[in-house]
Design a protein around this ligand. Structure first.
Ligand code: BTN
Length: 244
């Protein structure tokens, strides 16, 4: 197992992604994990924040160094969400869904968010940071609106370490598949767990608001949409909203 061979745990950091990026730039080994009990400046996608009460959730970032071209990085985002889905299934026998590209939902409420950031050397990846925030033991009143925790779902406290270990095990499994170039398997499993397929959605494409039906996920991890005009497009920008 590569992922989690070294885990650097902190009581409080600004953002585990920032610490991981600094370590990656200093040459930290692939698979190094940075975790924290609390973040003072947790970051989400699209400039949003990520907040979670101290010691109630999983806040971690994993450093990967895939020997690949930059345009493959969206597949790492997809495989990370798949790893979280499998971890929850294995521990709780509950089946979460993925809102493309990498939000994990249970009953229309967000359980886990993933922020993937990368550094490049030319057109190749130097490092990829998978930053993952997972709500474990929080009460709903302490979470952002629209979020849920495992405690609210199963009605009791869980051991954060158990979930974290299972997520890292699954991440290692799917990352191995990825490095062996068996990306079709990842896409196939991802499709089976993706909340958007078949749904009518709203999104932004080339600066314009669009609507259409989500048809598929392609080998690059893009969402294929059939617009109401009949035109099919590949969407890479992650802001998608389900209409029905
Ligand atoms: C999102 O849903 O927009 C992504 C949220 C990602 C949050 C995690 S928490 C650990 C890591 N450190 C950060 O600052 N962000 C990610």
């Amino acid at each position: 197992m590569i992922i989690g061979q070294e885990i650097k745990h902190y009581k409080e950091v600004s953002s585990t992604n920032d610490i991981a990026r600094e370590l990656a730039r200093q040459g930290a080994a692939e698979g190094t994990v940075v975790s924290a009990d609390f973040q003072t400046g947790g970051r989400g996608r699209q400039g949003r924040t990520w907040s979670c009460p101290a010691r109630e959730g999983i806040l971690l970032s994993v450093i990967l160094r895939p020997d690949m071209l930059l345009d493959q990085s969206s597949l790492i985002t997809l495989l990370s969400s798949l790893a979280v889905v499998r971890a929850v299934e294995n521990i709780y026998s509950i089946k979460p869904s993925i809102k493309w590209p990498n939000d994990i939902y249970i009953n229309n409420e967000k359980l886990c968010g993933i922020l993937t950031e990368s550094g490049s050397q030319g057109d190749r990846m130097d490092y990829v940071i998978i930053g993952l925030g997972f709500n474990v033991n929080s009460d709903i009143k302490d979470l952002p609106v629209g979020s849920i925790s495992i405690k609210e779902i199963i009605g009791k406290i869980s051991l954060r370490e158990e979930i974290q270990n299972e997520i890292l095990t699954q991440l290692d499994y799917y990352y191995n598949i990825f490095t062996q170039r068996q990306t079709e398997q990842i896409i196939k499993e991802y499709r089976q767990n993706c909340l958007l397929l078949g749904r009518q959605v709203r999104a932004v494409f080339k600066g314009k608001n669009i609507q259409g039906r989500a048809l598929d996920i392609n080998e690059q991890g893009a969402l294929i949409l059939r617009l109401d005009t009949g035109l099919e497009i590949e969407l890479y920008s992650p802001e998608v909203e389900i209409i029905r």
